[in-house]
Ligand binder design. Structure first.
Ligand code: FDA
Length: 397
């Protein structure tokens, strides 16, 4: 006869941001919690996040910073565990941090400190963590609850938390495990795609811009009614930088993507003022003062007509005034999960309670973090969702 499984109050699958927060919260409430992680160490994405300094929250977090088929779903958890709760935890552990861009908080030293903080809190709360532990099967025995068969033995609990994340960066341990498990238990999984991801160009669109690789400029990227004013960067394969990563979450192949190359300026007014002030200067010279020189030159070769400002007639000025604030970028695709920061789509929130993260179909089953169809913008919002949803479930187990 097989040995009886080791029993816990709750088992969390995935030792990432959401899973560790859920485990420590439940552990602090006196629950006996096991976290199983198939990678050889916990929190790998936290370690690589924010360029190794982890942009652990955003003090300006609101539900409007998230993409989901149900934009109301994230409200309850975000309201109950705010950036200030996480900042309190960071300060309790004396982790030095700074605000890089408005609202975006990063560690001064290393994201390792955030992982250590979460592990220390888990240890203090009596949470058991098993790394290099692969779940082979999840069953629901007749007596209720969940039975996990893993490479390290059998474990049982009345509550199971799926915190296995999304599909981005498979080399760091990302799998579709959570989606498969959700489907098996009767949950709908909304189509997934890479988000916060560089865009690729192809054919003549790439040929026209490939040699600008390394050139960066501030733009306002617009697509499907959304806009982000931030830096962008030309790469060998296409375009990247915060403005592009942000808008990538709203873009799909075939969608129109426009870049305002003179954000914050009225292009027509500015061109007319330049024509008056510097009639003998060429358009590319004038543009080079507000745009990177090589890019200004390329614009004048391929999209605008380069000539002394005074020679630009009304239709030519009008054309320039149209192109500069709405320069069309024809992307062919994205770099995909290999480099994406997040996965859009996922477990349909309609099947999950927004206050407890518990399945409406299977009592005791919970979903937290990125595996759910809740995706934040760039800037610390995704970790804030991981902390908030993990905390909500941890309080409800
Ligand atoms: P997460 O992916 O963190 O954790 C899931 C865990 O489950 C992993 O440890 C995985 O190995 C494990 N797992 C998967 N399948 C399993 C299985 N079958 N069995 C057991 N374990 C399994 N966000 C932000 O707010 N600020 C930032 O600075 C950054 N920076 C950043 C950089 C890069 C390069 C990436 C890829 C992503 C970011 N992000 C970010 C996004 C952020 O990392 C992400 O949204 C959260 O880590 C999601 O937390 P989860 O706990 O849901 O998943």
């Amino acid at each position: 006869m097989a040995e009886a499984p080791v029993r816990y109050d709750a088992i969390v699958i995935g030792a990432g941001a959401a899973g560790l927060m859920c485990a420590l919260t439940a552990g602090q409430r006196g629950l006996r919690v096991l976290v199983v992680e198939h990678a050889n160490k916990p929190g790998k994405k936290i370690l690589m996040s924010g360029g190794g300094r982890c942009n652990f929250t955003n003090t300006g977090t609101t539900p409007a910073n998230y993409i989901s088929a149900n934009p109301h779903f994230c409200k309850s958890a975000l309201a109950r565990y705010t950036p200030w709760h996480f900042i309190d935890l960071v300060e309790k552990h004396r982790i030095a941090y700074h605000e890089k861009a408005p609202g975006q908080l990063f560690c001064d030293v290393s994201s390792k400190l955030i992982v250590k903080m979460l592990l220390d809190e888990c240890a203090a709360a009596g949470v058991e963590l098993r790394t290099s532990c692969t779940v082979e099967a999840v069953e629901q025995p007749d007596g209720g609850g969940f039975l996990l068969r893993t490479t390290q033995g059998r474990f049982a609990a009345p509550s199971l938390v799926v915190a296995s994340g999304g599909l981005s960066i498979p080399s760091m341990g990302a799998t579709g495990f959570g989606y498969e498990l959700a489907r098996r238990f009767g949950h709908e999984v909304l189509p997934t795609r890479a988000g916060l991801v560089p865009l690729t160009l192809s054919g003549r669109h790439q040929e026209r811009l490939a040699d600008l690789s390394g050139v960066a400029l501030e733009v306002e990227a617009r697509c499907n009614g959304r806009s982000f004013r931030e830096a962008m960067l030309f790469t060998h394969r296409g375009v990247s930088g915060p403005a592009i990563l942000q808008i990538s979450s709203y873009w799909q192949p075939g969608d129109e993507l426009l870049l305002d190359l003179l954000p914050g300026r009225d292009a027509g007014e500015w061109l007319r003022a330049q024509q008056k002030a510097r009639p003998d200067a060429e358009l590319k010279t004038v543009l080079s003062e507000v745009l990177p020189r090589r890019f200004a030159q390329r614009l004048c070769e391929l999209w605008l007509q380069n000539r002394p400002m005074r020679q630009l007639d009304v239709p030519q000025l009008r054309k320039a005034a149209e192109v500069l604030p709405a320069w069309p970028l024809v992307a062919s695709g994205t770099e995909g999960y290999r480099t994406a920061e997040v996965t859009l789509g996922g477990v349909d929130t309609n099947g999950v309670s927004s206050s407890t993260m518990e399945s409406r179909k299977v009592p005791g089953l919970h979903f937290v973090g990125e595996v759910l169809d809740v995706t934040g913008w760039l800037g610390g919002y995704n970790f804030q969702w991981a902390w908030a949803s993990g905390h909500a479930a941890g309080q409800a187990l």
